[in-house]
Design a protein around this ligand. Structure first.
Ligand SMILES: [Zn+2]
Length: 246
């Protein structure tokens, strides 16, 4: 069994054939697909999709780009909305240096961390050019159930995050990206998960990614770690259960 712990099924890319996308994932053995919202509009869409497909779970959050744009009252309202929905995880949240207003981003991110703690659900974190800042906030707030999605910071920092008990979700581009291959080598198998970030980050450049591709990702991780694909799938799925089901 497999899990895609991070994707965006509400994107227009999936509008025409979501039924067959989910079907292909299930055929590949993917039993859990976590689709993440980015703001009030996409949070609502993620919820809607999760109600339609039993395998799909909704993660709700405020993405850094929107965190920087939203007023205080709008943030407060969205957090109350998320709290009431009992989401599967808090996501997509984090810090991103390519968007303006890091201070405002931090303010909202801290609220998302405490929301996940209150709800006792995992926090799936995005960071771009702000890995150290993300780690500082997580440590300061004593966040425990953490997945670092698509980590692209320094390996020494990843190692420190692993020591804190954080998990790392590996995308399909691990098949050609030396950066992610090194990350897989660095982090022990007990702290790895699979994701797609679909429709983005396909193993085939320029193509649409979809949740079924975690099957291939698990096989690539297995080959890097020198174990059988089956053994790695079992490990990855038990990691997923440990983090999300307990
Ligand atoms: Zn994403």
């Amino acid at each position: 069994m497999l899990a895609d712990i991070h994707c965006h099924l509400d994107f227009p890319d999936f509008e025409k054939d979501l039924d067959s996308v989910i079907e292909r994932a299930e055929k590949a053995g993917v039993v859990s697909i976590v689709t993440a919202g980015l703001n009030n509009v996409t949070n609502a869409k993620a919820l809607e999709i999760s109600k339609k497909y039993p395998a799909v779970k909704a993660a709700l959050g405020i993405y850094p780009e929107f965190a920087a744009q939203m007023g205080e009252e709008a943030v407060k309202q969205e957090i109350e909305f998320i709290r009431k929905q009992k989401p599967f995880a808090v996501s997509e949240v984090g810090l991103d240096a390519t968007y303006p207003d890091m201070e405002k981003q931090k303010e909202v991110f801290k609220q998302m961390v405490s929301l996940a703690k209150d709800l006792k659900i995992p926090l799936i974190v995005h960071s771009r050019g702000a890995e150290k800042e993300v780690f500082d906030v997580l440590k300061e707030m004593n966040a425990r159930k953490v997945v670092v999605h698509c980590f692209s910071g320094k390996l020494s920092l990843a190692k420190q995050m692993e020591k804190e008990g954080y998990f790392f979700s590996i995308p399909a581009i691990v098949s050609y990206s030396s950066q992610f291959r090194e990350l897989v080598k660095t982090i022990s198998s007990s702290h790895l998960l699979t994701e797609t970030d679909a429709p983005f980050l396909s193993a085939v450049k320029g193509e649409r990614n979809e949740p079924a591709s975690v099957k291939q990702t698990a096989a690539v991780i297995a080959s890097i770690k020198g174990v059988s694909a089956e053994e790695m799938e079992n490990m990855l799925f038990s990691n997923f259960q440990k983090l999300f089901m307990q």
